[in-house]
Design a protein. Sequence first.
Length: 133
Amino acid sequence: MELTLQDKSNYLKGLLIVAKKDNQLTEPEKQIIRDVALKLGFAKEFYEDTLKSLLVNKYIADDPIKFSTVKIAQSFVSDGLKLAFSDLSTNDKELKWLKSTALVNSIEEEWLAEKIKRYKESSNIEFALFSII
């Protein structure tokens, strides 16, 4: 599946929002963002600079993100959950934001509940993005 430039930008932006929600940026979170940004084709200098200033950046709006297809949105929410659970201390703000993004993308609550359950049980899940691009 070909992601639009807007979807790629929103995917990375969304992961940055999730990472920022708990006001800390752990090494596992940074690595997930790096892996996804690289796969999406972003320049290393860009995403490294963004990571350095993420927690003090007041210009990243945190409105729920609308993707061009439900499949891309589901992939994003899955990877957002992977990020949220990567530091072993999931914050309610992270889950609430991912739920609101799922809602604006017409993702069924049952699907989301099942994904949350899976990520709570195992953090060793492959990136969903890698299966759609």
